[in-house]
Each structure stands twice: as C-alpha cells, then as structure tokens.
Design a protein around this ligand. Structure first.
Ligand code: AMP
Length: 184
C-alpha cells in the first residue's frame, strides 16, 4: 500500500472516530406536554419553543390530542402532545430546564393531578433506566395512559420501552385505559 493510500485510510479512521464521539453526546429525548388551562394550544407551542431553545432540537412533534382529564375528572379537558428532541444535556439537567419552563409558563399547582397551565414529563431518555429521588425514566405511568401512548405511537411507533421490552404500538395495543383521545 502506498503512503498516500495509508494516509487516506488514517484520515477516514479519524473522521469515523470523531463522528462516533460527537454522536454519543447526542441523546434522544421524548417528552409529553399537557395543558388544561388558558389557551392550551398556545401554551404547548410556547413550551416547544422554549424546549428547542434550552434543551435541544425538536426533531418530531405529534399532533395535538384532546383527552378528558385523568385521575381527577371534574376539570377541563387536557391537550397533549409528544415531542422527540435531540439533546446534549444530561437527564437531571433536562429536568431542571423542564421545571423552569413549567414555572415560567405559569403552572398553578392546586392538587396532585389537578389543573395546570403546563405539565412537562420526560418519557424516555435514550434507552436509559433512571431512578433517583427527582427523576424516574421511563416515566412510570406512560404505558398506562392512552393520552401518552397515542401521540407517542404517532411519532415513535417503534421506540422500545427499556423495561417492558415493547414498542409504543405494542403498548398502545395492550393499554386498558379506554379514554377517548381525539386529534384536533
Ligand atoms: P407531576 O405532578 O406529574 O408533574 O410530577 C412532578 C414531580 O415528578 C417532580 O417533582 C419531578 O421531580 C418528578 N418526576 C419524576 N420522574 C419524572 C419524569 N420522568 N418527568 C417529569 N417529572 C418527574
């Protein structure tokens, strides 16, 4: 092999090393947005804008789905949306940002599962399993809630739940929650 061929091979090797290194810094993050007070669609748009500024590129966004409130039923219907982002932030840093955005968008907390301007849940972070005092990923209720699974299956049908070993479509097929989730 001639020295210029060797040099080309070496260059390709260095490029592939750089590519795999920079890629390992980018994580797939799937987030659920929910709002049931005020101008819900505008709040979801604002939340998505703030997430793209502070957390990472929004690669895909589901449609907006309206669902009757879950857990506490005598409150306005929720509007939900799932986003797929690419982020360089670590999981707890993502949570810092999502909580700051919730506060900024005027979340009013009256009761657990009560009405709020915006709720931001981290559904998945790559295939990572996280259990800390602040953060549980995959989100512990995601497989039980139709309002999460319907938009999730729209944008990430083949994404596998790392604990249950099932895709979003499979989880939706098995979900016993029969709430009416309507795309608007
Ligand atoms: P919620 O009322 O459902 O918005 O719950 C908010 C609390 O859940 C916060 O104290 C978070 O620290 C905690 N939490 C645990 N896991 C998650 C998650 N995957 N996404 C968002 N919040 C989480």
């Amino acid at each position: 092999m001639q020295s210029n061929q060797l040099f080309t091979l070496f260059r390709l090797y260095i490029y592939s090393l750089i590519h795999s290194f920079t890629h390992s810094l980018i994580h797939s993050l799937i987030i659920l947005l929910g709002a049931n007070l005020g101008d819900r669609a505008q709040t979801l748009r604002r939340a998505a804008d703030l997430l793209s500024e502070r957390v990472g590129l929004v690669v895909q966004a589901s449609g907006l789905y309206e669902t009757a409130a879950w857990g506490v039923v005598d409150q306005p219907a929720f509007l939900n949306q799932v986003l797929l982002l690419e982020t360089e932030l670590e999981p707890e840093a993502v949570l810092d940002q999502t909580q700051a955005i919730e506060t900024e968008l005027g979340r009013i907390r009256h009761e657990h599962w009560g009405a709020r301007h915006i709720d931001i849940d981290i559904l998945y972070y790559d295939q990572k399993i996280i259990q800390t005092s602040r953060l549980i990923v995959p989100h512990p209720y995601l497989h039980q809630r139709r309002f999460t699974l319907v938009p999730l299956a729209e944008i990430a049908p083949e994404f596998v739940h790392p604990l249950l070993g099932k895709t979003a479509v499979e989880l939706l097929g098995e979900c016993v929650d029969m709430s009416d989730v309507k795309e608007i």
